[in-house]
Write a protein that binds this ligand. Structure first.
Ligand code: HPA
Ligand code: MOS
Length: 752
């Protein structure tokens, strides 16, 4: 109930995204839309064009002489060069050794873009080439790892293998993925008095940007203010790696006392930043003749790139998602991050979860092939139970488990059995095309897998006309967190949504905040905002003394009574725990679950694949904003499909990225959507542990894109002459065609 006894009305409604109009009209302001300040400098950096090498000499004299160039800086101009979110192994500007192509070496500040370009070309560098490492295999051979190998284990896998009715083993690989946010990395730094510095940054993590800037410049953190109005997409790419442009801009502003702007162009952004982690996973699985999994060993290896970044946490999430929807009694999961000489890989929507889940879904698909059963039967047989068989390998109980229901309803609504028969008949008849069908599941753990990050604070100010400003650590990247928090606050006060405004995220108003990440932006920050509202409401109730004053009168009465009309809220997730060394605990507050069925059709001549139909059914609790959640489910699914089917990062033998623009890097577009695409969720208000019984939705649906990949694998099983079809991700048209060719599978020309 609102302050005045008005029923809550806004949560659960399709309130438009708070930038919907602005995005369409162009009124929304992004970092690089901010008008240039007088004196403002443009900043760029000269980077390494060698993947691994020792800098023998660096000569910037000619570059300094380029007209319009104002300053050049190297690591020697920084107070500290070493930083990193988990392991402090990352250097902002290369010293004597370079470890990836795109690594910043010299920062250039100039009056014009033309001067920047000419200065970059005028820098003379001599780099002695050292042996690069571009693959997980090579890093393993050289034992080049980041952090220790971690383990999650339960039961006795060796005993399970010893007594197994069947054993399969193999390796499954997935490639990386570029974030492909539409707004590239960008920041503007403004110098203030007495070394203060104020930064506009396109970041998911203003507090981290603030901390790193203070650190590299040798300033106390309170000298730095970082503000984020919005991002034009982020997808994890701005969780850590927005720090570099911001720190470089801040360095220039700090040294020159002039505003300084960095905005990567798309090609540079794709070349110098890291992406999703490639994984290479060795597996061995034991199962009964009925398809019940009795033991599983998986050795996960990821390509972390040159620096640790978030790689160890990403690996942790991969390891806790290898079980996915399936109860596995005896299990041994080992996770190792490899160090290569490629740009550091980082957070990417799903944060290792997709790599873990795709691994087990691939295994289940292979068990089905081997036993000549339908994969959905194997999935349901191994699915976590509601009252038993519901404890994960790391010891967390899967509460309110809706997976069995989701499987049943998805299969029913998606007419799986009927379509299975149709696909089989089609494949027997068609000489030109091949179809495949698969149903996969997702069980995604919600909470940062680093316990202390699960906290948030909020500031709520009520003004004399009754209007409200809300500030939290949440950053708006298009996902609609601002709208959800507005809805929550409007309902707390029982006021109209238009009375509530979400303010730009700023480290001045909210301190030591976590990245808006792990799908938990609205959970954590929404809860903190509600906490602030409740403190204000308690004071207003005393002012009201049962008079039932209208909101605006009540606010004014409180002001005249000298009652505070603003407050801070705080929230920390209760009941979670995680022992990273032992690999056990309850790392997640709850799980967001779902199932997806996809049907694909492959052209037997070209390998080209299209998605005939996808059905996505999820449990997202009680939705705060169904329209926004539908958008997240649709977009995440398609982004997952892109990762697994069309997006392919190709490099030269020297490690230089060739696919650094949309002409060569194929993200899905509107024609690539499933031709029939049903996105829905089931009613469920059991998730009372979270704000208004809602569930996080940003990342989990991405993992249902795996159903498309498994449908491709399923299609191949119709022509693989009884063998288990092997295919790694991405399953591009080219890759599919190579499989078809390997099976000596010949399409037949038909005359019509
Ligand atoms: N997700 C995103 N970012 C993170 C996480 C996580 O689980 N843990 C640490 N940083
Ligand atoms: Mo994310 S990959 O939790 O920004």
């Amino acid at each position: 109930m609102g302050v005045r006894g008005k029923a809550m009305t806004v949560v659960g409604k399709n309130i438009p995204h708070d930038s919907a109009r602005g995005h369409v009209t162009g009124e929304s302001i992004y970092v690089d839309d901010v008008p240039f300040a007088r004196n403002e400098l443009l900043v760029d950096f000269f980077w390494s064009s060698v993947a691994h090498g020792r800098i023998r000499s660096l000569d910037t004299t000619a570059a300094c002489g380029v007209p319009g160039v104002v300053a050049l800086y190297t690591y020697a101009d920084l107070a500290h060069n070493l930083f990193g979110p988990i392991i402090k192994d990352e250097i902002l500007l290369a010293e004597d050794v370079v470890t990836f192509i795109g690594q910043p070496i010299v920062v250039i500040a100039a009056e014009t873009r033309e001067a920047l370009r000419r200065a970059k070309a005028a820098i003379k560098i001599d780099i002695e080439k050292l042996e690069p490492v571009f693959t997980i295999d090579e890093a393993r051979r050289r034992k080049q790892f980041i952090g220790p190998t971690r383990h999650i284990a339960r039961g006795d896998v060796n005993a399970a293998f010893a007594s197994a009715e069947n054993i399969l083993q193999g390796t499954w690989r997935n490639a990386g993925q570029d974030h492909f946010y539409l707004e590239s990395q960008a920041a503007i730094a403004y110098p203030g008095e007495f070394d203060a510095i104020s930064v506009l940054s396109s970041t998911q993590n203003p507090s981290e940007v603030q901390e790193v800037i203070a650190h590299v410049l040798g300033l106390p953190i309170n000298k730095v203010v970082v503000t984020t109005k919005r991002m034009g997409g982020a997808f994890g790419g701005k969780e850590c790696q927005a720090t570099h442009p911001a720190a470089i801009a801040a360095l220039v502003a700090h040294k020159t006392k002039r505003p300084a702007r960095v905005a990567y162009n798309k090609d540079d952004d794709m070349r110098v930043t890291g992406g999703r982690h490639p994984f290479q996973n060795d597996y061995k699985v034991a199962f009964t003749n009925d398809g019940l999994i009795t033991g599983l060993q998986v050795d996960l290896y990821s390509d972390g790139g040159a620096f640790a970044d978030l790689s160890t946490a990403v690996m942790g999430r991969a390891m806790t998602h290898v079980d996915n929807a399936y109860f596995i009694p005896n299990v041994q999961i080992n996770g190792t991050v490899c160090r290569t000489t490629l740009p550091p890989n980082t957070a990417f929507r799903g944060f290792g979860g997709p790599q873990g889940v795709a691994t087990i879904e691939n295994i289940v698909e292979e068990i089905a092939c081997y036993l000549k059963r339908d994969a959905v039967e194997i999935r349901m047989k191994n699915c976590y139970g509601v009252d038993d068989r519901n404890i994960t390998p790391y010891g967390q109980t899967v509460k309110n488990n809706l997976l069995p229901r989701l499987f049943a309803e998805t299969i029913e609504r998606g007419e799986y059995q009927k379509r299975r028969q149709a696909v089989t008949e089609f494949n027997a008849q068609s000489k030109t095309h091949l179809r495949g069908l698969a149903c996969t599941a997702v069980k995604f753990g919600i909470s940062f897998n680093t316990k202390f990050l699960n906290q948030a604070n909020a500031l709520v100010n009520v003004y004399l006309d009754g209007s409200v400003q809300v500030s939290t650590g949440a950053t708006e990247m298009g996902q609609g967190v601002n709208t959800k928090i507005r809805q929550l606050v409007a309902d707390e006060f029982g006021i109209d949504i238009d009375m509530v405004m979400l303010m730009p995220t700023s480290t001045e108003k909210n301190n030591n905040t976590s990245a808006t990440a792990a799908s938990s932006g609205a959970d954590l920050n929404g809860s903190a905002a509600v906490d602030a509202c409740r403190k204000i409401k308690a004071r207003l109730a005393e002012v009201d003394r049962g008079r039932n004053l209208p909101w605006r009168e009540l606010v004014q009465a409180a002001y005249r009574d000298r009652v505070s009309l603003g407050d801070r809220g705080f929230y920390s997730t209760q009941g979670i725990d995680w022992d990273v060394d032992k690999g056990c605990g309850t790392p997640f507050l709850y799980f967001t679950q779902g199932c997806g069925i996809s049907e694909v059709e492959i052209d037997r001549f070209t390998g080209m694949m299209r998605i005939l139909r996808s059905d996505v059914l999820m449990d997202i609790g009680k939705s705060i904003n169904p329209g926004i959640d539908r958008g997240q489910m649709t977009g995440a699914f398609v982004q997952g499909v892109g990762w697994l089917t069309t997006e392919e990062l190709r490099r030269t033998p020297e490690g230089d990225l060739l696919t650094h623009s949309p002409t060569t890097y194929k993200i899905p577009n509107i024609q690539d959507l499933p031709e029939i695409f049903n996105v829905d969720w089931i009613e469920n208000d059991a998730n009372t542990v979270n704000i208004r019984s809602s569930k996080a939705v940003g990342e989990p649906p991405l993992l249902l894109g795996i159903s498309v990949f498994m449908a491709v694998k399923n299609a191949l099983s119709y022509v693989s002459n009884g063998a288990i079809p092997k295919i790694d991700a991405p399953a591009t048209g080219e890759e599919i065609l190579m499989r078809l060719t390997a099976y000596r599978h010949k399409p037949t020309f038909v005359s019509s």
